[in-house]
Design a protein around this ligand. Structure first.
Ligand SMILES: [Zn+2]
Length: 84
């Protein structure tokens, strides 16, 4: 059973050289995922409720509901923001 400490948390994502990143309007960036489900694409995910971010690897579970707490107890929802 994975623990919350198995996932990192970022509050912001940075890059220096934009030429190494590719802009995409792929539909995979529009889907919102439940906590704990299998990661559909490796990359950086952002919680749509609070903005916290994490990295996750394809087929590994996305961070579970106890990854971080929201003051109003709303659920975690993960959305892909960087795919690689
Ligand atoms: Zn959150």
């Amino acid at each position: 059973m994975a623990k919350a400490t198995d996932w990192n948390i970022f509050v912001s994502i940075y890059y220096k050289y934009g030429q190494y990143l590719n802009q995409s309007d792929d539909g995979k960036f529009d889907k919102v995922h439940e906590p704990g489900v299998a990661t559909p694409h490796s990359g950086v995910y952002r919680c749509t409720n609070c903005g916290k971010e994490c990295t996750s690897v394809v087929s590994h579970p996305l961070p579970p509901q106890n990854h971080h707490q929201h003051p109003n107890r709303t659920p975690i929802r993960w959305q892909l923001v960087v795919w690689g």
